[in-house]
Design a protein around this ligand. Sequence first.
Ligand code: 5GP
Length: 194
Amino acid sequence: MELLKQKIVNEGKALSDTVLKVDRFLNHQIDPQLMQEIGKEFASLFQESGITKILTLESSGIAPSVMTGLQLDVPVIFARKRKSLTLVENLYSANVYSFTKQETSEISISSDFITSEDTVLVIDDFLANGQAALGLIDLVKQAGAKIAGVGIVIEKAFQEGGSLIEEQGIRLESLAKIASLSKGNVTFEEEETI
Ligand code: 5GP
């Protein structure tokens, strides 16, 4: 997605060889126009998949997911990372090791919102080692629902998440695929260093 790649180049910052900071448009300040375009892109990629629900992880997955849900006219559920006083029973839960926080947290959704009747699109902001996406896939499986695929805004293709998802036979669509962040330069897959 060209617009997204331009945003990454113009406003993103490689903090190291493995971490990209995009808090000018995705992880802190949010660019609604860009989110709307992202929603349209995911919706057109998955429009034939019979999606009934979108599942994401709080908090940075919510904006692109809501825009996609608006386009596909389906509800969006976000898994919670922290225990909530109102989310105590009938939960599906999975343990997820966070790449950026370097700690394990339990993510949960209420069993009320995804059932065996659903076909679910999993969306997240970043794909690194795949732990967040695999945790979300696990929740969908616990609900007995079908997984239509995984939609990722920014995949760091030099980490193992992409292959772990595809090894499970699950469709993966990433709107920007980064081949390298070496020496502060963002290189997209099959493209020159910008
Ligand atoms: P994974 O679970 O695939 O290892 O990592 C994905 C999760 O970690 C995403 O939900 C995202 O919040 C965070 N993450 C991973 N890599 C990056 C990165 O380079 N930059 C930012 N901002 N977040 C990342």
